[in-house]
Ligand binder design. Structure first.
Ligand code: SF4
Length: 128
């Protein structure tokens, strides 16, 4: 795929995320030149256990949570606002310290418990 991107760039592709800069005529020949089908990347059904190209980027939301949203959207359902009902999307374990440092209503996410502290206790010796 990197060869396709490089070739598309050489064909004039630049700032493709902007509608006015989109150049199909740069991309399609690049895919063809390297024997790849763009539909494989854009229009095929994906398996849930597949590693997605963007998985190295994380906002801490669990992949399974996103799939639940996806499945619901296919059925025309919308998840209610999570500020009204937390769905444990997965961000709190990642941002637990930040959440603890910012208690209260500002975050709208549930509070996070403080980690249990180790307490040294001297126990009496039994049987003396
Ligand atoms: S309330 Fe916070 S932790 Fe719960 S689902 Fe929403 S963003 Fe995630």
């Amino acid at each position: 795929m990197s060869e396709v991107i490089y070739t598309a760039w050489k064909n004039g592709a630049k700032f493709d995320a902007w509608d006015e800069a989109k150049k199909q005529e740069a991309w399609l020949p690049a895919f063809e030149e390297h024997g790849l089908d763009p539909a494989f990347y854009t229009h095929r059904q994906r398996r849930t256990d597949e590693v997605f190209p963007w998985e190295h980027i994380t906002a801490a939301v669990r992949k399974n949570f996103l799939f639940q949203d996806f499945r619901q959207s296919l059925e025309g359902q919308i998840r209610v606002d999570c500020r009204l009902n937390c769905f444990a999307c997965g961000i709190l374990p990642t941002f637990a310290n930040l959440r603890r440092e910012n208690p209260g209503e500002g975050w709208k996410c549930p509070d996070v418990k403080s980690p249990s502290q180790k307490i040294d206790v001297e126990l009496p010796v039994v049987g003396d």
